[in-house]
Design a binder for this molecule. Structure first.
Ligand SMILES: Nc1ncnc2c1ncn2[C@@H]1O[C@H](COP(=O)(O)OP(=O)(O)O)[C@@H](O)[C@H]1O
Ligand SMILES: [Mg+2]
Length: 509
């Protein structure tokens, strides 16, 4: 006799779901308990979002059953799961920009007449209970990505969610914002909520989850207790074989100076200087890493080189020509490209509703007129990029918005690399990518380097910076605190430089 264990929040049994010929989920099983954090792990395209979207009523399984608190359910609209206490935070936020936090929270709450005063009180109560921090009157367009996410969480909690599903919530957050989110998750867990989190960062899985369910190519592989598993074992479960996680750092002889930044300062109106008198050289045939706590001036550095941001003083030489004052278009023409991964993957850089071919035309259009001519070339390019970066898409005419987050990122970077740049500037290119895809990107950057491209790599994972880069420049509060050879430094030294220790002081230790 089957007995219902009343500690179980959700049980999914033998779930299958196909899109045309693609079997996104095949006989998948998943259980989440109350007061537990379950990590759902798998490579890009493994079927994680599809599975969770069946819990939020967006998709309906072809076969299999779903139980919520022991009762079998069939969801035919996103409203039904909400009534049962299931809330999902999607990869791409669904907030209305011009509305305030408060307005977004009550949005779509039909039939509930809410007075402003009560609502503010209610929000305050929820915020205190779970340690959430959001200004009810702030407009969404004024919010950082972290604030928007917090608002999404408040929104589902306000609707009474006791089961929270987070689809790659950390992919676009800064380390500080991740810390805050994990605190919220821990609070919810203590209150007895059930939480499913999808993330590619295995250190996060180890830190936050109680159990891990691994999917591979649409099938459930296994569920294990986090405390009884190791990172290499998780990777093996995900990929299906042991993976060599090492990056070859080839040294390219005959480096030539391509970019020289000289005494450059950028002023940010509210907060003073975002870059202060920075000077460095970037050579063709090297990867120069940039390490720093998020918000230390990385964004401004990219933007000022791209011509998108004004400088207060200083010069930037490209092949001995000062490019300060040139338009972004002229700078692109010189061969300086940004494989710049915007915070919000679909907000910038790509037109989500259009396919890859169109997005490639879009980027090149400003350089060479003649849309018809470009179309043929773009089709070829799109095919090449799909193959080279192993992009998972039904075909090149699929709207970019239908691709998974990691694949969108590959399209963005692939587009820049394909233009044969002389200088390639890339910020956080592997955010949201699975292990396999991340190493593919590192390989691509290494190939660029071997082709004598000068690569500026803004990174966040110190291990990767140390393995991939030739030199690492550390910035703190807009100032360079040190430029070190990657094979002569340590994580500890980088950490000290990141919080403002000067290189000399570190060396004297
Ligand atoms: N709406 C859809 N139409 C067609 N194919 C889809 C759709 N949603 C997902 N897929 C496909 O299903 C597979 C699993 O996708 P997804 O669940 O998004 O993976 P994950 O979240 O693990 O990266 C992928 O091959 C993806 O291209
Ligand atoms: Mg997904």
């Amino acid at each position: 006799m089957e007995e219902f264990n009343n500690n179980i929040a959700i049980e999914m049994k033998n779930i299958s779901k196909s899109f045309g010929s693609i079997k996104a989920n095949e006989n998948v099983n998943l259980t989440v308990n109350n007061g537990e954090v379950l990590a759902l792990l798998g490579e890009n395209g493994a079927g994680k979002s599809t599975l969770m979207n069946m819990l939020s009523g967006i998709y309906h399984p072809d076969s299999g059953s779903i139980f919520v608190y022991g009762k079998e359910v069939r969801f035919y609209s996103p409203k039904e799961p909400i009534k049962l206490g299931i809330g999902m935070i999607h990869q791409h936020f669904k907030l209305i920009d011009v509305f305030s936090a408060k307005q977004n929270i009550v949005l779509g709450q039909k039939g509930t007449f809410v007075r402003g005063q009560n609502l503010s009180k209610e929000i305050k109560k929820l915020s205190d209970k779970y340690g959430l921090d959001v200004d009810p009157d702030k407009k969404v367009y004024d919010m950082s990505v972290g604030e928007k996410q917090t608002l999404e969480i408040i929104k589902v909690l306000y609707r009474g969610a006791k089961i929270l599903i987070l689809d790659e919530p950390t992919a676009v957050l800064t380390p500080q914002e991740i810390k805050r989110l994990f605190k919220i998750i821990k609070n919810m867990k203590e209150q007895g909520c059930a939480i499913v989190i999808i993330t590619h960062k295995l250190n996060e899985v180890m830190e936050i989850s109680d159990r891990v369910t691994v999917l591979r190519k649409g099938k459930s592989i296994d569920t294990v207790e986090t405390s009884k598993v190791t990172v290499p074992k998780l990777i093996e479960m995900m990929v299906g074989k042991t993976v060599d996680l090492s990056i070859d750092r080839t040294v390219v002889p005959d480096k030539n100076l391509l970019l020289e930044v000289d005494n450059l300062s950028v002023v940010n109106h509210e907060e003073g200087h975002s870059l202060k008198e920075i000077s460095f050289k970037l050579y063709g045939g090297e990867i120069l890493g940039v390490a720093g706590v998020a918000g230390s001036g990385q964004k401004e550095l990219c933007e000022v080189i791209a011509g998108l941001q004004k400088s207060e003083k200083g010069r930037i030489f490209f092949e001995s020509e000062n490019i300060i004052g040139k338009t972004p278009r002229d700078i692109i023409k010189l061969g300086i490209r940004m494989g710049f991964i915007p915070e919000d993957r679909l907000g910038m850089g790509l037109v989500a509703s259009m396919d890859m071919v169109y997005n490639l035309i879009l980027k090149d259009y400003q350089l060479q007129p003649g849309i018809m001519l470009k179309k043929k070339a773009s089709i070829e390019k799109a095919k090449k990029i799909v193959e080279r970066l192993d992009i998972q898409t039904p075909n090149i005419y699929t709207p970019v918005s239908r691709l998974s987050g990691g694949n969108i990122q590959k399209v963005l970077l692939g587009r820049e690399i394909d233009s044969n740049p002389k200088v390639l500037i890339t910020a956080y290119p592997v955010r949201g990518l699975d292990i396999g895809a991340s190493y593919k990107i590192y390989e691509l950057l290494n190939d660029q380097k071997k082709n004598h491209v000068a690569v500026l790599f803004i990174g966040e994972d110190l291990d990767v910076l140390l393995e991939l880069c030739d030199r690492i420049m550390v910035i703190c509060d807009g100032e360079i605190t040190g430029i070190v050879d990657a094979d002569k430094t340590t994580k500890e030294e980088l950490g000290l430089l990141m919080v403002g220790g000067k290189q000399m002081e570190v060396a004297n230790d």
